[in-house]
Design a protein around this ligand. Sequence first.
Ligand SMILES: Cc1ncc(COP(=O)(O)O)c(C=O)c1O
Length: 402
Amino acid sequence: MITNYNKEFTDYLLDIYGQVEFTPTHGVGARLYDDNNRMVIDFMAGIAVNALGYSHPVLIEALTKQANKIWHCSNIMVNQPAVELAKLLVTNSCCHKAFFCNSGTEANEAALKLARRYGLKSAGSNKKTIVSFNNSFHGRTLFAVSVGGQHKYSEDFAPLPAGIEHGIFNDLSSADELINENTAAVIVEPIQAEGGVIPATVEFLQHLRKLCDKYNAILIFDEVQTGIGRTGKLFAYQHYQVEPDIITLAKALGGGFPIGAILVKDKFAHGFDIGSHGTTFGGNPLACSVGLATVQIINQPKFLNDVNVKAQKFTEYLQQLNDEFKLYQEIRGRGLLIGAELNQAHQNKAKQLMVNGFKYGVASLIASPNVSRFTPPLVIKDEDIELGFTRFRLALQEFSKS
Ligand SMILES: Cc1ncc(COP(=O)(O)O)c(C=O)c1O
């Protein structure tokens, strides 16, 4: 039996990911297994996606029940699971309308297109600038890499879409310089996730809110990674006393089934009207049924409180290991989106540490070359946090001797 498909992968698929040597075939909770019954503790949840872990019985039931009814009907027809999921999301957020798509990138694309069109219709063709921030990540389409604040993702793909400006994250005066009457939208991650797990300050987001109000620009919070319980609240904006005009979502929304969404305030909802945007698969009944079950489970006070309790435990373990090995200069984040930044002596080695982790049976992530990132399933059990860190300790030990 083949248990390592790395060679076959690169024979038949584009080689763009540089996978670790592990081919999971099944999973339960926060444990992943391959066909040899090798078990890996999951501190990454499919890149902040599998919020309810693997094989959650309620999600399996939601998926299989819907699979026996209808998989796809197109957006020419009304689909009931989409309506129910939209209702659940808008009644639990500051927004009023939803649009479903298939990924975080598509959610941002839709939000940015809506903002450009709203600007055009409300104020004419000069109101088109998108303001974003250095180091941000908003996805991989040409518009999304151009809006994202990491040059490495866009530099090989010119010509890029025009009318996009980048400010300095968490810098109020930089926002003052860029945002004006020609700004259609400001897009920001409440916590820059891929860029290094860097939380926005309260002052920064409140300042963006003020500037967007002043110039009638749309404030978009990219909550693709922070949304749906990851930070210990349903949405990260709820930590900040700032309401965005559009929230973009994906990742945890489907509990592992592909789905993206934008939530929009009434005031801006007519930025799109019939025919101005669309998707074939977006919001299909299978995705929305699983999404509905996922959000129903996560959006409970006890569930969200448990995320915070687990996050505290998780950070304590990490801190203890750092007291022993002194590799990290800062541990930060919110809820179960946690980053640990390597100190000066170990710059650019986060990937090596991640690979070491896999070797010892724990899956984690990186966020920039210097930051280890941890996004475990929100349902991870205490014993799995402990076992994961017992394993991660061995990875750190080997790393510190290298
Ligand atoms: C904040 C943020 N926005 C957008 C995206 C893109 O989402 P997707 O990969 O689903 O297109 C990501 C993915 O990591 C993300 O973290």
